[in-house]
Write a new protein. Structure first.
Length: 125
């Protein structure tokens, strides 16, 4: 046993089919929770995440307002924010989004995030 806790990922989804993606992410060693917008805003879930993944296509409401509500709370650690979208959307670095991925998302990209956050790799999508 290494003594390291699993990286924690919160997938904020408004009702899409995320079972396969969630299973792939868990298989990589992440602890995963799936939540809708309202549940994600609860402090127990928001404080949970090292990585926050937003499905922009199913997220109910304005993602910019959601990110402000989640990430700009005093005393909370800010997670890495990843957005997924099937169409044209914001670019990485805009509106509080660190990385924007086009669906379908290759689970291997999330493996590279884990390596980067663990300090054992570099990110090159």
């Amino acid at each position: 046993m290494t003594g390291h806790r699993a990286m924690r990922l919160l997938l904020v989804d408004g009702g899409g089919a995320v079972e396969a993606l969630t299973a792939s992410i868990r298989a990589m060693g992440y602890e995963v929770r799936v939540a809708d917008r309202l549940t994600a805003l609860e402090s127990a879930h928001v404080g949970f995440a090292d990585v926050l993944v937003l499905d922009l296509d199913t997220l109910d409401g304005d993602p910019v307002v959601f990110l402000r509500d989640v990430c700009e709370q005093p005393g909370r650690r800010k997670p890495l924010v990843v957005a997924m979208t099937a169409g044209a959307g914001p670019r990485s670095g805009e509106n509080g989004l660190h990385i924007v991925l086009t669906k379908p998302v290759d689970p291997g990209v999330l493996r590279r995030f884990r390596e980067l956050l663990s300090g054992v790799g570099t990110f090159d999508p």
